[in-house]
Ligand binder design. Structure first.
Ligand SMILES: [Zn+2]
Length: 126
């Protein structure tokens, strides 16, 4: 898998962040939501595919490219078979970010650039 190739579509229900987060409260340890740039999320726990098992990292080897309501996961670097795949979730949280929410989405990826959270500031490229 070479850098830039499309790996998989991130499937799931397009919804608001809060209902998706409420569903996940009973499923601590797994984050199956992916933030869209307009503030909605794709909830991979509803109608999702295996892309929902991608883990978050602050220095990922995959990136998500948004096309309309769809998210495609592309390789950022050359990826060997068996390599674990990571994306930067870059969650957009509506409203105030409480300590509870921070704690739920804390990151321990260990990268030197780790921002200790899965909550984005997504770099706006367009
Ligand atoms: Zn991190």
């Amino acid at each position: 898998m070479a850098a830039g190739e499309r790996l998989i579509q991130y499937k799931g229900e397009v919804t608001r962040w809060r209902p998706a987060a409420a569903r996940q409260r009973s499923d601590v340890g797994h984050t199956f939501v992916f933030g869209l740039s307009d503030g909605r999320v794709i909830d991979g726990s509803r109608g999702g595919n295996s892309a929902r098992f991608l883990n978050h990292a602050c220095a990922p080897n995959c990136e998500a490219i948004e096309t309309g309501d769809r998210i495609y996961v592309h390789a950022l670097t050359d990826i060997k078979p068996g390599d674990e795949l990571f994306i930067d979730y870059g969650l957009e949280i509506e409203g105030e970010i409480s300590e509870d929410i921070r704690a739920q989405y804390v990151c321990h990826c260990g990268a030197s650039t780790c921002r200790q959270s899965m909550i984005g500031h997504r770099a706006e490229s367009s």
